[in-house]
Design a protein. Structure first.
Length: 103
């Protein structure tokens, strides 16, 4: 199974892959090896899902800060309110050179 979490529409592809895995695991319970628990795979999958979620939130935040509409309804309003509470990191002040001393 290939993770496609870094391409447009990846949520759909990942969902299809996971649905396939779940369907096969439930349809043929006697084939334990196909759906056997693998800690490395579970960690990889969780990392891929976290990365996809982060990219989605980052995209929504960038669209929100660009004054684009990110959604409608109660959930979108809560997300917008949360985004409005985020303070962008401040840039370090640049040092202004001191004026020359009169001689």
């Amino acid at each position: 199974m290939t993770m496609t979490d870094q391409f447009p529409g990846s949520e759909i592809a990942t969902g299809i892959q996971l649905k396939h895995l779940a369907t096969r695991a439930l349809a043929n319970a006697s084939t334990r090896g196909y759906a056997a628990s693998d800690k490395n795979w579970a960690k990889y999958l969780q990392t891929a899902l976290d990365s996809a979620k982060f990219r989605k939130i980052k995209d929504l935040y960038q669209r929100h800060t660009a004054a684009e509409e990110i959604g409608f309804g109660g959930g979108a309003d809560r997300v917008k309110d949360a985004f409005d509470k985020i303070t962008p990191p401040s840039r370090p002040a640049t040092a202004t050179p001191a004026p020359p001393k009169p001689s």
